[in-house]
Design a protein. Structure first.
Length: 115
């Protein structure tokens, strides 16, 4: 199982930026595609983005395309989510998840965008 830790969340004003990180100590981290998801209070978990294991294939949810950038550095066992032009509707707990056999998830990091 890949243990994942998210970091980088915080409070930002609308129009601002944040960089989230998803890191792991697992030697197998580079074997798996990584997804970002988010969950706002009272709402269902929402898909954000995916990066393949070597970074060659990337997909985004329509709601974030053009504003968010996903990337990875397998040498550092890290996946990043650069979030630009943040809006209040981006407020949520953000999770990273590995497409491994166990469906590994991190504990989440809170992002709050004030208007």
């Amino acid at each position: 199982q890949v243990q994942l830790v998210e970091s980088g969340g915080g409070l930002v004003q609308a129009g601002g930026s944040l960089l989230l990180s998803c890191t792991s100590s697992a030697r197998t981290f580079s074997y798996y595609a990584i997804n970002w998801w988010r969950q706002a209070p009272g709402k269902e978990r929402e898909y954000v983005a995916t990066i393949s294991k070597n970074g060659g294939k990337i997909t985004y949810a329509y709601a974030v395309e053009g504003r968010f950038i996903i990337s990875r550095d397998n040498a550092r066992n890290a996946v990043y989510l650069q979030m630009n032009n943040l809006q209040p509707e981006d407020t949520a707990v953000y999770y990273c998840a590995a497409e491994d056999d166990y469906g590994s998830w991190g504990q989440g990091t809170q992002v709050t965008v004030s208007s």
